[in-house]
Every structure is written in C-alpha cells, then in structure tokens.
Design a binder for this molecule. Structure first.
Ligand code: PRX
Length: 649
C-alpha cells in the first residue's frame, strides 16, 4: 500500500469531537440512531422505503437481484430521471420555485424555476430528437458550467439517451478517447468557456477531437462569442440557440425507462492509461442520490444548495443536478474560478443567494486558508446551516478552519467519502445523529456495508488499518465498465470475491470511525481530481525527447498531492529547464491542465526491480524526503543515491 504515512500519524493524535447540537438534531430528517441497525438488519427494506421518495411509472417486482458482481435494483420498475428531477415538481407548489440559480463568471446570472427548466429541457429533448438522437444513444457533452449543461443532461435523460459528460478542462485528445470509447456520434459543446477572464477554446478542442471519429453532429452553445475564435462546419455544426428558438414547445413525453437502463457514462482514471466509462443506471442511482440528499445534507424544502464542484465530475452530476433537483430543492451553479475577480467569490455567492448548504473540496479549503479569513469575514454567511467536503482526505486543520471561519461553529461539517463508481456518498456523518471528528468521514451510511480488511479479506477490527471494502451491493453502485465487463470484474471484485474494492486504504480508530488514508493503486489525487499515473506517463513518452517516465504523487499542502515526473531523455536531447517546461506543457495539452506535472526530474536511470518494474514507491519516498527503506530488490542500488541527490538539487 502506498498511502500517506504522515496522515496516519496526524489522525492518531486527533481527539476532538463535535456532537450535533440539540437544535439541529431536533429538526434533522434523520435523527433516530436506530436507523443504522434497522438498515443493517434489512438493507433491501431500507432502500425500498427510501425509493418511495421518487415517482415511479411502474413499481418493482423485486428490490434486488444480486449475482455477484452484477446487481439489479428495483427489478422491472419503470421511471424517468428527468421526470423525477423536473417534471414532477412542475405540477405542485414547486412550479414557480427556483430550481437552478446560475451565476456566470463575468457576473451575469439566471434563475430557472422548475417550470422554466422543464420547458427548456423539453425543447432540448425535441432538438436532440430532431437531430436523430434516440433512446440508448450516447451523447457526449463538453460544456462549461452554464445552464445548457444540466439542460442537455436532463434532455438526454428525458429521451432515454445516455449522456457522457466530459469535464471542460480536458484536452482534445482526452475528449476524443471518450468519444471513441462511448461510440458517440454527437457532441454538445460551447464556442468557449470563461476561466479567470480568459477563454477555454472548447469548440476548437472539439473540432480536433472529432476528426476521424463517427461524430457527424456538433451542437454549439454560444457563450463567449468572437473571442473563442470558433468556426462552424457546414452540415455538421448547429447553433444551440437557433435550434432552441425553432424547437417545438409541446411537452416532451418522458421515456419510460427500465430501472436498469443506463442513465449515464462518466469516465474516470484507473491504473491503466485508458479511462474507464463508469456505467450508472436509472433507478438505483436516483434512489441513492435522492436518499443521500435527505440524509447527509439534511435537505429541506427551503434549502439553497451550493456545491462548488464542476458538473464534469461525479460530484456535480450527483450534488448539483440529480440530487438537489430530484428532491425539489434549489441548486446553485457557478461558472468560474473561486478567485475571480476576487478571492471572496464563493462567499459573495453564498451571501447573494442565501445559500444554506455549501459543499466543496479540502483542496479549496486549504487554498482559502492560505488566502486568509478576511475574505470570508467580508460577507454575511448567516444563511449557512450545513457544510460538506468531498474528494480527498481532509486534514484536521482544514476541517477546523472550515468549521470556525465558514460555519462560525454553528454548522455541522459532513466529510463525505465516495467515488465516481459509488454514485453517491457512502461514508459520511448523519448530521443530526453522528458525532464528528475532524479528519474522519466517520461511519458508513445506513444500508451501506463497509469494512476494513487485511490481505486475506478478514476484518482488521478497531485500531487497525487495511483495505477499505464494501461488502454488500447498494442501489447507486456502478453496474459495469462500458464495453469492458471483464475490467469491471477484475478491478473491483477481483481481489475479494463478491466484495467491492474501492482502491482506498483506511484506518479504523478505537471507536471504529473510518479514516481514509488515500489510494492504494497508481491513481493520484491532485486537488480532488483523480489522475492515473499511467495516463501522465504515456503522455510524457509521447514526446519525442523522452525515453522513459515514471510519475508519482507526492504530498502537497494545498493540492493534497502534486505530480512529480522522473524522466530519462533520449540520446541527443538536452535535459534542461526549457525541456522541463515543454514537457509540462505537453502533458497539459495531451490530458488537461489538471494533469500538468508540478516538477520534472531528469535522471540518467529509473530505479527498477530485477524484473524491470519501476519502483514508484521508492520514487515517492525520495520526493517526500523520507529515509529509503528496503532497496534489496533493486537492480542497481546506486540509482537511488543519484536520484536523491538530484531531487535535493
Ligand atoms: O481516494 C478517494 C478520494 O477520491 C476517490 C474517488 O475519486 P472520484 O471518483 O474522482 O470521486 C471524487 C468525488 C466523489 C476515492 O477513491 N475521496 C473522495 N472523497 C473522499 C476521498 N478521500 C478521503 N475522504 C473523502 N471524503
């Protein structure tokens, strides 16, 4: 396991506890502590009860069919995700309630009531249908954080088409890989996106990405105008606004989807260079996300939910779009950077819209800490009643800063552990029940069977660490990897039969609280973004000057982890600062800016085992300045000394 040894040290010294206040407990949706035992005794009954919060066209005949590792939830039931997220709220008192409050980076803003959102989604569904999109087709969506993004997703869901959202920070080559893997022939994009006042050339990237693929239709949302330098291709490209203006205004009938029909694909990094298309289906996913909105976020009718993630990641899918909307709440989406134009942008958004729930990543909190509390203190944040974090382990200092400066010691903090694969939060406090400890995601949610086990799959018990596992299926679990069920089986169920392996290491404290230690595989978590070391390595060796590359994540006080690349160059190439800068840029252009290495270390050789495997753990020890442990399996021990010296320099 290559988890961060410093983290364990810190956690073992942490003994602060925060019990829910009596006032919060009294009003909480979930405030009966027996819920854990009840759900554990009969998880299917628990989930069936939670499922009553959705609208089903046809009920299930069976809650769960489990043929490990394949699960079917809510067998034979029919529903539609967009109907649940939008249409059902148009019929009652929520009709004119704000569904989406959107704030653009330049300061423009829009509010969509449920009724307005429903009309937009229906028009978009007509548009997509007229372009030939049918049930089951994969629609690639490569958009900035603008309202057309959730509208496109919901339009797909309404038709029964499968959306595959690609984060706008990905480069053309990454977009192309995802289009090809999903076998998608339509892309919805924008001319460009705003980022810190600059333009992200989404349309130009799309042009490059679709070349030679089977994409024959590109829909372009105008967002930044001329500055994007976008050109329309005749016969292939369509202007979103023109199509929407012409679209039928008739209600679009929601497709009656089977609970197990696919709702979306979302690509995520793994241990190989090729990203995995995580498959989420309709019924189970919607039950999971809707339940966690009410349990973990204690969502109420009047809540204004502000999740600062990008919808290009699962956090945005679940806690900006499907979660809050399925629960009929108001969701806030913000287009741009937290420091544009100033470092108080998030706090100004919370104040402006009266956000009651705020959900962000530890890396952002550490950045806010660095910027100082004066930016927070400029704003009235008294509307806030609950805070959440996600994406990476949170250090107790960041947790406390969040609690004190943002929550004014009045708001429960929910540290939520989950993954693209799990669909919704799995380990998190129930804010009206669970005593929290800064740095711990606390305990599994009701109905979720989490354990920490050793190499043989045996529980390690309180006070010990090991592999985090999930022993029973849950409704919003991934169903497979798109086009590669074998990879699904091997990656997640190959190590412990019938038990899901998330790929994280964890420690159980004396109260059996879970402390996530980090990834145990070759995946790096940079600012909450999951990046495969292999993806970065293959980008590096794709450069003409590079012979070999080994990439590791070293701990970083703001980003959580930062990418360090050890590189050997080909004969004739000069390993200098100019090449290092060029290689960093090369990786950013191949994958996306979030994968840009923090540092490139040139070396004559990489440390390898006698079977020629690169010893990444050793590289990480070097980068983090730890004493080198056992190097007896090294083919050439002098390489290490040389590297240590280089790194110090
Ligand atoms: O290592 C865990 C970390 O993020 C990984 C999942 O990444 P992704 O699929 O991109 O989804 C991120 C947002 C749900 C996990 O395997 N992770 C996520 N949340 C936490 C976390 N690590 C510690 N604590 C968390 N709360």
């Amino acid at each position: 396991m290559s988890v961060d040894p410093n983290r364990l040290d810190t956690l073992l010294k942490e003994d602060r506890k925060f019990a829910p206040s009596e006032a919060f407990r009294a009003q909480a949706n979930f405030n009966d502590p027996d819920i854990y035992d009840k759900a554990l005794a009969d998880p299917e009954a628990y989930w069936a009860e939670q499922a009553q919060n959705l609208s089903w066209f046809k009920p299930w005949t069976k809650v769960l069919e489990w043929n490990p590792p394949h699960a079917k939830w809510f067998v034979d039931a029919k529903l539609n995700a967009a109907y649940n997220a939008v249409d059902r709220h148009r019929q009652g008192p929520r009709k004119n309630k704000a569904a989406i409050i959107w704030e653009g980076e330049p300061g423009d803003s829009k509010v969509f009531t449920y009724d307005m959102l429903g009309r937009e989604v229906d028009k978009a569904a007509h548009v997509l249908t007229s372009l030939g999109v049918k049930r089951g087709d994969r629609v690639t969506i490569y958009l900035p954080m603008i309202p057309e993004l959730p509208i496109s997703m919901l339009a797909c869901a309404k038709i029964g088409a499968i959306h595959s959202v690609v984060f706008g920070g990905f480069a053309a080559a990454s977009l192309r890989d995802r289009i090809l893997d999903a076998d998608s022939n339509i892309v919805i994009t924008a001319d460009g996106g705003w980022r810190r006042g600059g333009v992200v050339p989404l349309k130009n990237n799309t042009d490059e990405a679709v070349e030679g693929t089977s994409v024959d239709t590109v829909v372009v949302v105008p967002r930044v105008g001329k500055a994007a330098g976008a050109q329309m291709v005749d016969g292939r490209d369509h202007d979103w606004n023109e199509l929407m203006a012409k679209a039928s205004t008739a209600p679009f009938p929601a497709a009656e989807m089977d609970a197990e029909d696919i709702l979306y694909l979302l690509y995520t990094s793994g241990t190989t260079g090729k990203p995995k298309g995580i498959v989420h289906t309709t019924g189970g996913y919607m039950v999971g996300v809707n339940t966690s909105m009410r349990s973990v976020f204690d969502l109420k009718e009047d809540d204004i939910h502000f999740c600062s993630a990008d919808i290009g990641w699962v956090t945005g899918h679940t806690y900006i779009v499907y979660g809050p909307l399925s629960a009929g709440a108001t969701t806030v989406m913000y287009e741009g950077a937290p420091d544009f134009p100033d470092r108080d942008r998030f706090w100004s958004i919370i104040e402006k819209y009266g956000a009651t729930i705020f959900y962000t990543a530890p890396t952002s909190i550490r950045t806010f800490m660095k910027w100082g509390p004066q930016h927070v203190e400029k704003h009235d944040l008294s509307s806030l009643r609950l805070l959440g974090t996600v994406g990476e382990p949170i250090n107790p200092e960041a947790w406390m800063w969040y609690h004190v400066h943002v929550g004014k010691e009045q708001c429960p903090v929910v540290d939520t552990w989950w993954q693209t694969e799990t669909g919704c939060a799995m380990i998190a406090p129930l804010p009206g029940i669970t005593e929290t400890k800064p740095g711990s995601a606390t305990r599994p949610l009701p109905g979720i069977a989490v354990d920490v086990v050793d190499e043989n799959g045996d529980s390690v018990g309180a006070g010990n660490g090991g592999y985090l596992v999930i022993k029973k299926p849950w409704p919003s679990m991934l169903r497979t990897v798109w086009g590669d069920d074998e990879r699904f089986q091997n990656t997640y169920f190959g190590k412990f039969d019938g038990t899901y392996l998330p790929g994280d290491g964890a420690h159980l404290d004396d109260d059996s609280y879970i402390w996530i230690l980090g990834r145990i595989d070759d995946v790096i978590n940079v600012s909450g973004h999951r990046i495969g070391t292999m993806e970065v390595e293959s980008a590096l060796v794709g450069h003409q000057a590079v012979a070999e590359a080994a990439v590791i994540g070293r701990s970083h006080d703001v980003k959580g982890q930062a990418i360090t690349a050890f590189v050997t160059v080909k004969e004739g190439a000069t390993a200098d600062d100019a090449l290092a800068a060029e290689l960093k840029q090369h990786v950013a252009a191949a994958i996306g800016a979030m994968a840009r290495p923090e540092e490139i270390i040139f070396t004559a050789e990489l440390p390898k085992t006698r079977s020629a495997k690169i010893m990444r753990r050793l590289l990480r020890d070097i980068a983090e300045g730890r004493v080198i442990g056992d190097t007896t399996t090294l083919a050439d021990a002098s390489v290490v000394e040389e590297l240590k010296k280089l790194y110090k320099d």
